[in-house]
Ligand binder design. Structure first.
Ligand code: EPZ
Length: 426
């Protein structure tokens, strides 16, 4: 099992280019199943989760070629609608093939995607939308069987919660359905706008992504398309916090600053200097960090995917921060690990009370999920001595070559294979 070994205490300084957005690439890769032809996608981040989705598409019969950050997918040869269980369980986002398979082939059989450390993550809103569009859905032995012999028909769907995945799955299903589908109370994340843009380039008729009503008029077929994935706002936010807690001076390129407004506002409130341009953000963490209160919300509120990273800043800020996690029921797995480093954090249900301490100390830690793992890297960079992080495969799911990106900014971080324990402070 690979580990990160970090010798903290160094300021991050320099320029870092942000990769394409994982959470835009995954639904767009699933959407290629709708076209039945060739899609050329640029700025695809070659992460574990993306490779898993490419493996899934190949399992379904698609042809995939990868050249650097450009991926070409031909789904004319995709036939099977049955997705293998082990592939499905590898990654939650595999559930995003259900809508495209149902829309194009009128039937699909997928296994329940793996829940993960942050919560149960059901699919009831996805399935409720498909049923409203005429699909017969049965759930048995951990499988979802969906069929709609006559093809999906447009429907007016109100989401009980602005679920990102449900919005994307229903939007994709509606593209080849008969008639108009209206999604009310959809998620408004930028990744959904990027999915709309990809699909409209392929000939779909979608309006309103990013607003509180999305309208999709079904079409007969789609055409070949070339598209560039938007930058990853969560990767960018992660680097912004790393610059802040190491008191560094880092410029991010290939970013869309308006996608990060909630994060930028919080960092400025905490005393961090943040300057923004058209496609760059400069973060300087010179002064004292101040406590901030955070409540995670659907976009454009503060993103749940940045909660763990901001908790590291709160852990070393002056004062007490209240951090409320309203999106997932179990997204505080990083707290125990931060406590090992000397953080003073109390959990009351979905609320964390974080009392800032003067500094964090290095420790032997375990990553439990993608963003918690990224938070531990940030904490290791800020700590005065050595930190070892196990289970870094979680981090590789969402960050491309993170150790190289931070080493280029002056951090001392290396990836090592299994082997001996560097020290055991437990
Ligand atoms: C997407 O997950 C992201 N993943 C997550 O990012 C992100 O944390 C999440 O949206 C929220 O922003 C991808 O885009 C691949 P949801 P998703 O459906 O679609 C409940 C990362 O770190 N819910 O908006 O699964 C659900 O349990 C990952 O990159 C239902 O109850 O999120 C959760 O509590 C982690 N029923 C809440 O809604 C449903 O049918 C938000 O889930 C669907 C969701």
């Amino acid at each position: 099992m690979e580990k990160f070994v970090i010798m903290g205490g160094r300021k991050l300084a320099g320029t870092i280019r942000v990769s394409g957005a994982k959470n835009a690439a995954l639904p767009i890769l699933a959407a290629t199943l709708l076209t039945g032809t060739v899609s050329v996608l640029h700025e695809v981040p070659l992460l574990k989760d993306v490779r898993c989705m490419l493996e899934l598409l190949q399992y379904l019969g698609a042809k995939v070629t990868v050249q650097g950050k450009t991926v070409t997918i031909d789904t004319s040869t995709a036939t099977s609608q049955r997705v293998s269980e082990d592939l499905m369980r590898k990654m939650r986002a595999s559930n995003l093939v259900l809508g495209p398979l149902l829309s194009r082939f009128h039937c699909a059989k997928v296994s329940y995607p793996g829940g993960c450390a942050i919560g149960s993550r059901p699919m009831d809103l996805h399935l409720k939308g498909f049923r409203q569009m005429g699909a017969e859905i049965t759930e048995k032995y951990g499988y979802i069987m969906a069929r709609v012999p006559g093809g999906l028909r447009g429907a007016e769907i109100h989401l009980d919660f602005p679920s990102v995945g449900a919005t994307e799955n229903i939007m994709m299903a509606a593209v080849l359905a008969r008639g108009r589908t209206i999604i009310r109370n959809p998620a408004r994340e930028p990744e959904i706008v990027d999915l709309q843009n990809y699909l409209n380039l392929a000939g779909a008729k979608i309006k309103g992504a990013g607003t509180d009503v999305i309208k999709i008029d079904g079409v007969e077929e789609l055409k070949p398309v070339e598209h560039t994935i938007i930058p990853d706002r969560i990767e960018a936010g992660t680097h912004m916090v790393a610059a802040a807690v190491t008191r560094g001076d880092v410029t991010l390129t290939n970013v869309i600053p308006e996608h990060l407004e909630a994060v930028t506002a919080k960092l400025r409130e905490a005393g961090v200097t943040v300057e923004t341009g058209d496609d760059w953000i400069r973060v300087r963490g010179g002064g004292e960090l101040r406590a901030v209160d955070i409540k995670t919300l659907p976009y454009p509120g503060f993103p749940t995917d940045m909660q763990a990273q901001m908790m590291v800043l709160a852990a070393v800020a002056r004062g007490t921060s209240i951090i409320s996690e309203s999106i997932f029921e179990n997204r505080f797995k990083h707290v125990d690990e931060l406590r090992r480093m000397g953080a003073d954090i109390k959990i009351e249900g979905r609320v964390a009370v974080v009392k800032g301490v003067s500094h964090l100390s290095g420790a032997y830690l375990e990553a439990s999920d993608l963003r918690a793992g990224a938070a531990l890297v940030i904490a290791g960079l800020a700590a005065e001595d050595v930190t070892v992080i196990e289970n870094i495969e979680h981090i590789d799911r969402g960050y491309e070559n993170l150790e190289h990106k931070y080493s280029a900014l002056g951090a001392r971080i290396i990836r090592v294979n299994g082997g001996e324990r560097y020290f055991d402070k437990r």
